[in-house]
Every structure is written in C-alpha cells, then in structure tokens.
Design a protein around this ligand. Structure first.
Ligand code: IVH
Length: 687
C-alpha cells in the first residue's frame, strides 16, 4: 500500500468506527456484532502501528472523549459468571419454591429462608483481591471469559482498592456497576451542552463508560457498584447469605438495598409489591427482584443449569408497553427451517430502547391477534426479551389495510412448507438445500457458543456464502495461508476485508480447530440438540471416536435402529432429540465427515476426574430415595463422570435401589448386575 492508500484506508476506518460507536452508544441499535466491530479497531490499530507517522488526528486511539479500547485482554472466570433464571408471575415464584423444596427434600412445615433484593439494571463485574489489594477487575463477557477492565474499575469510588477488616487471602467479589438516575441526567445535560448526542438509558451509559471509554472518561462519571455475589475464595466468608452480606459490607463494599430476609412466599411477594410500587423513589433503575436462598449449604447441592444457578431466581417487573403502526410483515427462515413472521414496525422507543421489529412467532399467533397491516398495535418489551405485539386498537384500524398472508412455499427455496404433528411452527423441510437455512446453520456454526470464529459474523457468512466461498462448515477451514490466490483476492475484494483482517481470520480459524466433541455436535445446529443435550450425548460415549464411528456405521449400513436404541439408553435424552440427531446425520453425513477431517476433537470425559470409582460406570436408579431426591443423586453421579441410564441392559454396571423398587430390580438380578442401596451408593461420595 502506498501512503495515499494507507491514509484513505485509515480515513475509511475512522468514519466506520465513528458510525458504529454512535449506533452502539447513543442509539442502542448496533448494526454489527462486537466481533465485527473489534475487527475494525484491530485493522485501524495495526495500520497505525505499521505507519505511525500517518496516524490521523481524529483517530479513535487518540481520542480522550471516547478512547474506545476494544482490545482489552481476555480474562477466564475460574468460577463461571452465570445468569439468573426468570419468573414473571407469583405462580411461577411459587412453583420455583416448591421445586426447590422437592429437590432439597425440605418439608412444607420446615423454614426455607430467601433473601430478597432488587435486581439492578447495570452490567456485572468481578473483582479479585489478593491480600486485601484489588488486583483485577473484569466484565462478565460470555460468562466464561470476560475482559480485563482493571484500570477503568479502579476509578470507581464505590469499589474498594484495599479491603478493610477481616478478609480471606484471596477473594473474588461480584456485583453490578450502574449509573444512578441523577448522574445519568447530569451526564446527558453536559452532553447536550457540548452538542453531543445523549445516552439512551443509564445501563447504556454505564456499559459505555466501563467497557469502551478510557479510564479518564470513566473517572469523570460517577459510577456505582453493588456487591451481591462472589467467585473464588481461599476461605469461606459465611454460612448464610445474610452473614456474607455483613462480612462483605465490613470489607468496604456497598450492598444491594433494600433487602429482606423472607420466611415464606407471602413475605417474598410482599417485598416485591412494595419495591415495585415505590421503585421511583430509588435513584437507580431496577428491573425486578432477586430471591436467593439464605442457607449457603444448599448452593452446591442445587447446582446450576447451563445458564443459571438453582439457588436464586429473579422475579421480573411487568414489561413496558408502547403504541405504533404495523408497517409490514416479513417471513424469516431459521436455521432449523422454522418460518417466523416478523412485524416491521414504525420505529418507537420503549424504556430507552429503539424498536422497529417484533416477533409474531407463528401463524396461529397472527390469527389470535387478529391484526392486519396498517393496524396500530401495542408492543411490549421486557428486559432483554424480543419485543412482542400484544394487541391492536380496533378504533384506529385504517380503511386502507392489508391482510397478512402466510406463505405456502419457502420464501428462499420455494419448496412446500409443512406443519408437523399439529406443531405451531410451519417449516421448510428442505434442510440440506435451502440456502437461507444453510446460511443460518453456518452463522450458528461460527457463533460464540459454537466454534467462536472471530471475524466471521452473520454479515460475512452471508457475503462469503453468496460468493460461493463458504457453502458448508468445512469450507471455512479451507481459508488458510496456502489458499488459492483467486479465492484470497475474492475475499480481500469484499468491503471491510483487507490483508490484515484476513490474516486475523485465519488465526482465529486455526484456533478453532481444537474442539471438544460436545461443542462439535452442538455447532452443527441440529434441532432439539442444544449445548446441554450435546454434553449429555458426548458424556455417554467412551470417547469422541466411538461416537463418530457410530455415525459412520449409519452411513454405510442399515444401523439406524441400533443407534436409536443406544441413544435411548442415555438418561436425559428424549426421542425428539434422538430422531432429530439421526435425521441430521442421514441428510448431512457428507458435510459432517468433510468437516471433521480438519478438526482435532477431544473427548468430554477426559476432562473429568477419572480416578473416581463411579467414573464411566453405567448406573440405573429405581425406587424412592430417602436421603436425597432422585435428581440430586443423578446430578452428583454425573458430576463424577457416571453415565446414567433409564433402562437396565447388559451394559449396566450398577443398579441403585431405593424403597419399593420396580421391575428393574428383577431384571438386574437376572442379568447378574451389581445391586446396591442408597446408603452404600452415597458412601462413594464421602471424602
Ligand atoms: S445474583 C448467578 N443479584 O442480573 C448470578 N444478580 O439476569 C448471580 N443482577 O448477571 C447474580 N442485580 O448482572 C444477582 N441483586 C442481584 C442482581 C443481579 C442485577 C444481574 C447480574 C446477572 C443478571 C442476571
């Protein structure tokens, strides 16, 4: 590149970055993913390093006002930063409590205390202290990996740099960074005075201040911090949450308030109602109440789902609503072929968020709503949930309106749409050939929880697909240094791509070659096979090769029934997932084998402690258990690598019997399988 080219390129990058900054910070309407945005920043930075004398005066790297550093170092969370399960109604809270009681085997007449506190609408952060000194602050990120924002965090007054009183040698405190409503107003007034666009809402302003602006800007804004949880500790800080709260407070932290220790559902709902009615008196935004068990000894026993711990739940406030016009309805094709009608709305702002689209879910929902194009509709937005159309205002229906016609053929591949077994969803079942579905599958394949290929987002996948460069996952791995010159030129010729972004992409593709088998299965985007199900399947095969071998036999012999039977032995795996998995491999067999040629696939079990007696043992349970609930026993066993089956077969290693065992007991005896009772079984878990 000559000097002119570099300057042209830098100018282009600056204007693109500014454009996307504005959308992200001020409009809350980003058009590109974080990864794509990061690519722009990286390209800019790399060019500046290479040509230091050409750095533009308005370079984003120089700006004090918005020195956005998207190149924060990544930090792995030793204890994952999970999210919270949601409840919306009193009934759902009651069900949550009952389920928790059943799991823990706590009778209705025994107390089960919950601590209730507000759910702050900010962004979560984790702080690590060693010998009382703050050494690291990080964002939540995807829960496993966040970004190191220590410098910015140190400017927050509410966050102690040195702990007071008694504290463990190593302690990780988690909580929410937020901006109070009064500070939010102050910042926006200043921005108006300086002819800068206002921030859309306090959460946005807080996130922008912490994650993207340089520490001087963070320091100039008064951010708050409430501590509400913890990660890694070198020694415990209490037996109950109330005790932990007191201890954390003594160390110098602010806590979520108001708070109430509730003895029953009635007290919890009373607290919820009280805070909901009086929330305008609080100087910070809250979007609900969080209930957490007070007794910490229950936490480990309850464990967590993929997203959230079972010891706590949030009770969300009712959603906010706004009126707008339904301009049109478009039909989207998902990666599993589901056709989703999407309402195109005259843009409106609800709770500081601009909304121009809402899901109409399915054909039945359109009939239920009775809406037509041109109607004035009421739209609700609840937290992060996709906006919903609730109803329409009959008096405002215009004379000139248009019926919503659900297509009979796929808008992409034109094959006839089908509705299976009275399902609400209408699908395109041409999964192997429908371009929109294939694009959706590819976007899923590169997404964060799947192969996590930085630099490839929806926009890039669509472009590369349309230009015949990526047609199936294996094609991604053909993008490498030795790639043919004409393909390289094709990619570089596309907007937003250059030598640098391509070489960054190649790095990220190479990193993605090492994957565990569960990630591989999940990334294929098989209907009904999410991360949890992919894990369950993977854990039940001795190693990844044995699973792949099974898929291979499916292709060469008629072993479908046998594979189904084998999968049916797996506890927690239902027929829907099984049939979907089998159908997937029958249709996409070639694609799958093309892909795995490029990968180094590791086993899932090898990541567990294989010294435990129950590791790799196939276990079946029967009868009623006295000491722990069935779910808890199963969870405990799975944690140490046991394989739980629902049926006895000659592969079963142990049958664990409770009171009144069923027919499994007789069958196990016939097959000479080792039979033990609950008490002896639990002795395997004693330390
Ligand atoms: S407890 C396992 N308590 O809500 C999670 N979270 O929707 C422990 N949040 O990621 C979190 N106020 O960022 C907890 N009082 C509170 C909270 C709170 C806000 C946020 C937090 C979490 C998100 C989940």
């Amino acid at each position: 590149m000559n000097k002119e080219d570099v300057i042209k390129h830098l100018k282009n990058l600056v204007s693109q970055i500014e454009y996307h900054d504005n959308l992200y910070y001020n409009k809350d309407l980003p058009e590109i993913s974080d990864a794509e945005y990061d690519q722009l920043r990286i390209q800019n930075k790399n060019l500046e390093i290479e040509f230091p004398d050409l750095v533009l005066p308005n370079s984003p790297s120089n700006k004090v006002g918005s020195s956005l550093t998207s190149t924060f170092n990544k930090v792995s969370h030793v204890v994952p930063m999970l999210s919270l399960g949601n409840t919306f109604t009193n009934k759902e809270v009651e069900e949550y409590i009952n389920k928790t009681r059943r799991f823990l085997k706590i009778n209705q007449n025994e107390n089960m205390e919950f601590v209730a506190e507000p759910k702050i609408d900010g962004l979560s952060a984790t702080l690590i202290y060693k010998n009382g000194k703050l050494i690291l602050g990080a964002t939540r990120g995807d829960g496993k990996q966040g970004e190191n924002i220590t410098d910015n965090i140190k400017t927050i007054e509410d966050i102690p740099k040195t702990l007071k009183g008694k504290y463990p040698e190593e302690i990780e405190i988690r909580g929410e960074i937020f901006i109070s409503n009064s500070e939010f107003e102050r910042i926006n007034i200043l921005r108006i005075q300086n002819s800068l666009p206002q921030f859309a809402n306090p959460r946005n302003a807080a996130a922008g201040s912490v994650r993207q602006l340089d520490s001087k800007v963070t320091a100039s804004r008064k951010l708050g911090f409430f501590a509400y949880s913890w990660g890694l500790l070198s020694s415990p800080i209490g037996k109950s949450l109330m005790e932990v709260r007191q201890n954390i407070k003594n160390m110098g932290f602010n806590l979520n308030h108001p708070v109430r220790l509730c003895l029953d559902l009635h007290e919890m709902l009373q607290f919820y109602e009280n805070i909901y009615q009086n929330r305008s008196n609080l100087d910070f935004d809250i979007d609900g109440i969080v209930y957490k068990l007070n007794n910490l000894s229950y936490y480990d026993r309850l464990g967590a789902t993929g997203h959230s711990p079972r010891y706590a739940v949030s009770h969300k406030f009712p959603p906010e609503v706004g009126l707008t016009i339904l301009n049109d309805v478009k039909f989207q094709i998902g990666r599993t072929g589901a056709i989703t009608p999407v309402a195109e709305l005259k843009p409106l702002t609800i709770g500081g968020v601009r909304i121009q689209r809402a899901s109409l879910h399915n054909k039945d929902e359109i009939s239920r709503l009775g809406i037509v194009i041109g109607d004035t509709v009421s739209v609700k937005r609840a937290g992060d949930v996709i906006p919903q159309v609730i109803n329409y205002i009959p008096n405002l229906r215009p004379k000139k309106n248009r019926e919503i016609v659900f297509p009979t053929n796929c808008p992409s591949c034109h094959s006839l749409l089908k509705r299976e077994n009275n399902e609400a969803i209408i699908r395109c079942i041409n999964s192997g050939k429908c371009n929109e579905q294939i694009k959706g599958q590819l976007v899923h394949f590169v997404s964060r929880n799947a192969f996590n290929i930085e630099g490839l987002g929806e926009k890039q996948i669509i472009e590369l697909f349309d230009r015949n460069i990526i047609k199936e996952p294996a094609d991604i791995f053909l993008i490498n240094l030795e790639m043919k010159k004409d393909i390289k030129e094709k990619i570089i010729g596309l907007s937003g791509w250059g030598e640098l972004s391509l070489s960054n992409l190649i790095k990220s593709i190479n990193n993605a070659k090492n994957q565990s088998i569960d990630k591989v299965i999940y990334s294929l985007g098989i209907r009904h096979v999410g991360l949890g199900t992919a894990k369950i399947i993977s854990k039940n095969y001795i190693n990844s090769e044995s699973f792949i071998a099974k898929v291979r036999t499916l292709a060469i012999s008629n072993s479908r029934e046998n594979f189904i039977e084998e999968l049916r032995q797996i506890n927690g795996l239902g027929d829907k997932a099984i049939f979907s998995l089998i159908a997937y491999f029958q249709i996409h067999e070639k694609k799958f084998f093309n892909l795995i040629k490029f990968l180094n696939i590791s086993d899932l079990l090898s990541m567990q402690d294989d010294s435990h007696y129950l590791y790799g043992k196939r276990i079946v349970f029967t009868g009623k258990f006295e000491f722990l609930s069935r779910t808890e026993i199963k969870n405990k066993s799975e944690k140490v690598g046991a394989l739980i089956s629902s049926q006895i077969s000659n592969k079963t290693d142990i049958l664990v019997v409770g009171l009144n065992p069923g027919a499994k007991y007789t069958k196990a005896k016939q097959l000479l399988i080792s039979i033990i009772n609950e008490d002896s079984f639990l002795s395997y878990f004693k330390e």
